[in-house]
Design a protein around this ligand. Structure first.
Ligand SMILES: Cc1cc2nc3c(=O)[nH]c(=O)nc-3n(C[C@H](O)[C@H](O)[C@H](O)COP(=O)(O)OP(=O)(O)OC[C@H]3O[C@@H](n4cnc5c(N)ncnc54)[C@H](O)[C@@H]3O)c2cc1C
Length: 476
């Protein structure tokens, strides 16, 4: 017999987005049901951000040891014990897991159901033995790796982000299909941990990033020994475990490459299947559930957040969406997402981050004459010099009145610097604000201030302003 639950909020999916909604609702004593069919914590904790960043950290440690000599420090030999690296990855997940656990959420007062959820109609969800009729539903079911329809793939073993972090032995030669953020982060980490790595990308690697900035990252990847093949489509896969062959291109120009392991990193698909969205009257397409800026679906009772909501797929977006929905559900405040303040970072070395408009987008919106691009290279930054990490650049896009409407950074710790840039863009700050605050010396973020100050370089060259300044200096 099924159990009928009638909470105020029913959240489907206990990943980054769903957990944030459930925790906030529970904190205010709102009756909440949380349904999860897999691991608590979702992709980010189990198969995404956390294991990938733990693996990248291990790769970075190996790389730093190899590079120590340029600081006058000799490390006799760098040995990588891949099983121990995997232990480190597991340990990081295990340390964070209690925060996302069923026990913690039940302790907060949330009813947690571990079963697949499915809408039976516009007002009812069924999960395991329970039937949930909530006032509002929040769908936070995330996304899954796309498996491309390449002939032969069904006959060879392959990995995605859901399985690659279980490897206890370093792949001898990892073939990666896909040169986006996930493919490149994992390619570089494995290379630094001892694998030979070949990445095949049909278009250009890092397609979303400014080619000039992306070039710095791709150069480093190549210098690390990652073989990067761009503009080549994989048309067939063959071979067996340990000897996997990819055919690149077709006809006379086709060629084959061989590796021991295969990682698919060609994109993500929103988890809309099996949710009964048709029965619930929730419109969706191949990108995910169709929502307005208020994250409400075509069924006004149902919200969608995070990866399944068809926009940018990041943990911080899922968290931001959760905040938007919480404002609407708990406080009845008008809340809308603003995609222009959402940053993105790829955690390769060097990292690359961006927020707001690109120079091209700003010119199209405000007119070429009103847009200025301000840059500061890491080579002119004392911290970067001290740490021998001088490959990098901060770029600010300033519109009328010097307001910063977009910013990019490539280089060491670009992810951390993107925090400052995100604040600047979100709070609509200007070059004046950046020029007027005190940045601790020596820090990489100082490059942001230096780029902002360059806005005034023209004034220093203007003969009238120069004359005025000289006059004031002498007689003022
Ligand atoms: C390798 C990799 C690295 C990444 N690195 C970063 C990074 O560095 N920074 C960053 O911001 N983002 C990163 N991401 C993206 C990030 O993981 C996702 O954007 C984030 O997890 C999305 O959160 P979510 O709540 O939408 O979905 P998820 O966290 O995936 O949670 C969805 C949950 O819903 C459950 N579910 C699905 N269907 C049902 C159903 N019918 N019933 C019940 N439960 C269901 C799933 O089991 C899952 O637990 C990375 C992703 C990958 C794959």
């Amino acid at each position: 017999m099924s159990r009928l639950l009638t909470p105020d909020i029913c959240v489907i999916g206990a990943g980054s987005g769903g957990l944030s909604v459930a925790a906030a609702a529970a904190a205010f004593g709102v009756d909440t049901v949380l349904i999860e069919k897999g691991e608590m914590g979702g992709d980010c904790l189990n198969y995404g951000c956390v294991p990938s960043k733990a693996l990248i950290a291990a790769g970075k440690a190996a790389r730093h040891a190899e590079e120590a000599e340029r600081f006058g420090v000799t490390v006799p030999r760098v040995d990588v014990d891949f099983a121990a690296v995997n232990d480190h990855v597991r340990k990081v997940i295990a340390t964070i897991a209690p925060h996302d656990s069923q026990e913690r959420f039940e302790g907060l007062g949330v009813t947690v159901i571990r079963a697949p959820a499915r809408f039976r109609d516009a007002t009812t969800v069924v999960a395991g033995e329970a039937e949930i009729r909530a006032r509002r539903f929040v769908v936070a079911t995330g996304s899954s790796p796309l498996v491309p329809p390449i002939p032969g793939l069904e006959a060879v073993p392959w990995h995605t982000n859901e399985t690659i972090f279980t490897l206890r032995e370093c792949p001898q030669h990892l073939l990666v299909i896909g040169g986006g953020p996930i493919g490149l982060e994992l390619a570089q980490a494995h290379r630094r941990l001892g694998a030979r790595v070949t990445v095949v990308e049909a278009a250009r690697a890092m397609p979303r990033e400014d080619p000039e900035l992306a070039a710095l990252v791709l150069e480093r990847l190549r210098a690390d020994g990652v073989e990067l093949i761009e503009g080549a489509s994989v048309t067939a896969v063959s071979g067996t475990a340990g000897a996997i062959r990819l055919t690149l291109g077709e006809g006379d120009t086709a060629r084959e490459i061989e590796g021991t392991h295969l990682l698919l990193a060609v994109g993500r698909k929103a988890n809309v299947e099996g949710l009964g969205l048709e029965e619930a009257g929730v419109a969706f397409d191949r990108r995910g559930i169709t929502v307005g800026a208020d994250l409400r679906s075509s069924n006004r009772r149902v919200y969608a957040i995070g990866d399944v909501a068809g926009g940018l797929q990041f943990t911080h977006v899922a968290g931001y969406h959760a905040g938007v929905v919480i404002r609407a559900l708990l406080f009845r405040l008008p809340a809308k997402e603003n995609r222009e303040i959402i940053p993105r970072v790829t955690f390769t070395d060097p990292q690359i981050g961006h927020v707001g408009l690109t120079a091209e987008e700003a010119r199209a919106r405000f007119g070429t004459a009103r847009v200025r691009v301000l840059e500061a290279a890491f080579a002119g930054n004392d911290r970067a010099q001290a740490e021998a990490r001088t490959d990098g650049l901060v770029r600010l896009v300033a519109a009328r009145g010097g307001r910063i409407v977009g910013a990019s950074v490539v280089g060491a710790d670009a992810g951390e610097i993107t925090n400052l840039l995100s604040l600047v863009v979100a709070r609509k700050l200007s070059v004046r604000d950046l020029a007027g605050f005190v940045s601790p010396y020596p820090s990489l973020s100082e490059a942001v201030r230096r780029a902002a100050i360059s806005y005034y370089a023209d004034s220093a060259r203007n003969p009238w302003i120069r004359r005025l300044v000289r006059f004031l200096a002498r007689f003022g």
